[in-house]
Design a protein around this ligand. Structure first.
Ligand code: ADP
Ligand code: MG
Ligand code: MG
Length: 202
């Protein structure tokens, strides 16, 4: 399915439910290397996004832009501005919602996150999941293949970051002790792409 107002709202609604179900797990990951709030931060933000009425928006771009602004204003912490920027930039490039447009949208979202957070792949952040996901999306042939490949690449990137030393965000304060902990933001980012595959494939 292409991304349009209806499917974008289905994606955000699914992700809000997934965040609800995984909030305790995300907070627990953040307890190990941060300040134990990533689950509750994302839960607060996605609850506010899920409360948006899609019928009040002209198209997916307008709706996702509002969703991004909602995350910036409700999530707080490091992840609020980063997820918010991702969605704002994604929204700005969503075009006709087909494979090429979404390749550009995911790329724009990643660029926004990197500009804002200055993290590179290997710094053990959400970028470790997002960056390989965008590359996998780009390399795939069809939209369905791209969505599935992106979700798989995100999960792989999340797992490859686990043994690393964090170099950005609160986990970096732990230095070597951040090794062998799964990054909360890479985990929630993987859930976002798994949700996209679940709601947009078909
Ligand atoms: P905070 O650390 O402010 O409490 P959260 O707990 O909600 O914020 O989010 C933490 C997550 O944010 C980390 O697991 C990491 O993936 C991500 N993160 C932190 N700093 C950066 C950064 N500079 N660039 C990209 N992602 C980052
Ligand atoms: Mg935190
Ligand atoms: Mg915090």
């Amino acid at each position: 399915m292409t991304l349009n107002l209806e499917t974008a709202a289905a994606w955000m609604s699914d992700y809000a439910s997934v965040i609800d179900e995984n909030a305790a797990m995300l907070t627990d990951l953040d307890r190990q290397t941060g300040d134990a709030d990533h689950g509750s931060n994302m839960q607060r933000g996605m609850k506010a996004v899920a409360a948006l009425d899609p019928s009040e928006f002209d198209d997916a771009a307008a709706y996702l832009k509002k969703a991004g602004m909602t995350l910036v204003s409700t999530v707080g912490g490091a992840s609020g501005p980063l997820y918010g920027t991702f969605l704002l930039r994604f929204a700005g490039a969503v075009g006709d919602g087909g494979k090429d447009a979404l390749t550009a949208a995911f790329r724009a979202g990643l660029d926004g996150v990197v500009q804002r957070g200055k993290a590179e792949v290997g710094d053990k952040t959400m970028v470790d999941a997002l960056s390989p996901a965008v590359d996998a999306f780009d390399a795939a042939g069809s939209l369905d293949e791209a969505l599935n490949a992106a979700a798989e690449a995100a999960a792989k990137g999340r797992d490859e970051a686990t043994p690393l030393v964090a170099r950005k965000g609160r986990a970096s304060y732990l230095g070597e002790r951040s090794k062998d902990h799964q990054d909360p933001g890479a985990t929630s980012l993987t859930l976002l792409l798994e949700s996209a595959a679940r709601t947009l494939v078909g």
